[in-house]
Ligand binder design. Structure first.
Ligand SMILES: Cc1ncc(COP(=O)(O)O)c(C=O)c1O
Length: 396
């Protein structure tokens, strides 16, 4: 497909607001008042890549929709494995399990690996899904605060949190909500501790395709054999390809033993768990033929992150760095004198823009004093939302 045949994947005209108001849930268009712009859950407003639509349509029009293989379609697992290999992870299709989303991949990994009495270390702030999945598995969550300004993993304090009951470290890279892409040196420190204390690493890399700056994405599972075999990498297709509604993701385990444990605990062998075949077909099309769309998506996001961060940073009481990865802005708003909940409430009632407040239930106590905004929308919609926020700020 040449670029002339695909103009404007990310122009304002392609954002179908009437349909989004019917179909975009999870705090978004279908769940807010009709005059509110929801920069809430990270789910792109754009139609998906044409090759994905073609693949789904062709698959369904055959009319044969049987059960798929227990671990997932071979072509799905091969494509996932090949893409992990590109990132330096020694991957194998037999160690991939198709899941209905990255959230479900985290849930199944935690249920397989953690039990009551175990401790799991994750960071603060971090997306609620990581601690939540540890807790539903019965484990106790221990949080390591990230460096306040940079969002980096601090030197030293992580090891102090490791005790006799520690079983796993859960990473989110690129990081939701800070937008940081973890540095090789940070990952090496985590990896060295995991090896030294014989811990498992569960790395949520659902944002791994959304790298906007110069810091390269490094998968912790690529940092050597000792780390790879104790690493479970989870990811999905919601963020990079806008397939949230298809609920499709995967788990890759760094050893056959881990893969068998995760498979058994998942329920997939008894059909109580598994990814829809149609969704796997869509993900295969995304991995094989979605590159042009994805490249243009990244270009669009790079422009919008600058616009979003600079305009928020200019507001009284806001400090907003550009995210290195993700399409999340995470301004610090303490100097406004308001809590994140108060400020988000004012934005919704007065500016008619919905954002996610940095409340403990979403990201941990470390998110206090911040709000989170997703900018995976058109430039026009983002501009309108920012203009409303600027007017609110001036009128305060
Ligand atoms: C860090 C992280 N993990 C997992 C998910 C969920 O992904 P999925 O839609 O594939 O379940 C999200 C969605 O925002 C996320 O930010």
């Amino acid at each position: 497909m040449n670029s002339e045949s695909t103009p404007g994947f990310f122009s304002s005209e392609v954002v179908n607001l009437p349909l989004l108001r019917q179909r975009a849930f999870n705090l978004r268009w279908a769940e807010v008042d009709s005059d509110v712009i929801p920069l809430t859950a990270a789910d792109p407003d754009f139609p998906v890549a044409p090759p994905i639509i073609e693949a789904i349509t062709a698959h369904i029009s055959d009319g044969v929709l049987c059960y798929g293989p227990t671990r997932g379609l071979v072509e799905f697992r091969e494509e996932v494995s090949a893409s992990l290999e590109v990132g330096g992870i020694p991957a194998h299709p037999d160690q991939v399990l198709a899941t209905d989303g990255a959230a479900s991949a985290l849930w199944a990994s935690c249920r397989a690996m953690l039990a009551a009495g175990d401790e799991a270390i994750t960071f603060d702030p971090v997306d609620f899904l990581l601690p939540h999945c540890c807790e539903v598995a019965g484990a106790t969550v221990v949080r390591c605060p990230l460096e306040p300004i940079s969002g980096a993993i601090p030197e030293g304090s992580l090891e102090q949190l490791i005790g006799a009951r520690t079983r796993a470290i859960l990473l989110c890279n690129p990081h939701n909500p800070t937008g940081r892409v973890l540095r090789r040196e940070e990952l090496q420190r985590v990896a060295a501790l995991a090896v030294k204390h014989d811990l498992l690493i569960i790395s949520d890399e659902v944002w791994g395709g959304i790298i906007l700056g110069d810091v390269p994405m490094i998968s912790i599972g690529s940092l050597g054999e000792d780390v790879a075999r104790r690493t479970i990498t989870v990811s999905g297709f919601s963020k990079t390809y806008g397939l949230a509604g298809l609920r499709i993701g995967f788990i890759h385990c760094g050893s056959r033993t881990l893969a068998d444990q995760v498979l058994e605990a998942s329920g997939a062998p008894r059909t109580t768990f598994g990814a829809s075949v149609v969704s796997q077909v869509a993900a295969v099309a995304a991995m094989r033929d979605g590159q042009q769309w994805r490249d243009e998506f990244l270009q669009h996001l790079r422009r919008l992150r600058k616009i979003g961060a600079s305009r928020l940073d200019a507001l009284d009481g806001f400090r907003c760095p550009e995210p290195e990865g993700t399409y999340l802005l995470f301004p610090e708003i303490r100097s406004t004198g308001m809590s994140a909940t108060e400020l988000a409430g004012q934005l919704e009632t007065k500016a008619r823009v919905a954002v996610v407040p940095g409340e403990e239930r979403w990201f941990g106590a470390g998110a206090r004093g911040h709000i989170r905004l997703s900018f995976a929308t058109s430039e026009e919609i983002l501009d309108e939302a920012l203009t409303r926020i600027e007017r609110w700020s001036e009128a305060r």
